[in-house]
Ligand binder design. Sequence first.
Ligand code: PGA
Length: 227
Amino acid sequence: MKKTIIANWKLNPVSLKAAQKLAASVPFKAKNKVVLCPPAIYLSSIDYPNVGAQDCFWQNQGPFTGQTSPLMLKDMKIKYCIVGHSEKRAVGDTDEMINAKVKACLAQKITPVLCVGFGTTVEQDDLEAVDLLKSQLSLALAGVEAKKVIVAYEPVWAIGTGRNASPEHAEQIAIFIQNKYGAGKVLYGGSVTAFNAKSYLQQPNIGGLLVGGASLKAGEFNQIINM
Ligand code: PGA
């Protein structure tokens, strides 16, 4: 089965022209399935078969200034939406809000990419991390058909730091998330590069990657999607 590589561009690049150039550098067909997640403001201007949003609101319309509606995403043919990224949790998203977003996406047939992961230091002991993961997952997936959800395991200490989790650790967590919660797919994210991507993709239970920084480098991202 094809693995899924999701590019999380975060708040980059800073012009539409540069965003379109970056999207045009990614071939429509690659060895793995590819999803591009540009900033919301560019969503309708990116020409790519699979486009995802980086976040959404849990209501479709109404007096909610500045929010992104799942219904509007669906109308724009957006098929995926990242929810619960640690950078959104850091500015106030709670597990309950994330659960509402997951449900709102599924109601529009948008696949939620639910980010979970804990540990702000690399030294944090695995058992503690698993307890926190359990609480994030059980709250975010409450009342949800988990097989329709992609879960991205991203230890917080690995995001944007150049310090990636070991593929063996990520594989163990992927097995745990699949067995206990029945997620459709489990991805790994956190300092993925062209140098380490293959070591994750070779793990049987890791269904793909969520790539931040390296997805902004056309050459490197093209290597990753064809591994
Ligand atoms: P990174 O980001 O690849 O730059 O570590 C991953 C993410 O935040 O999804």
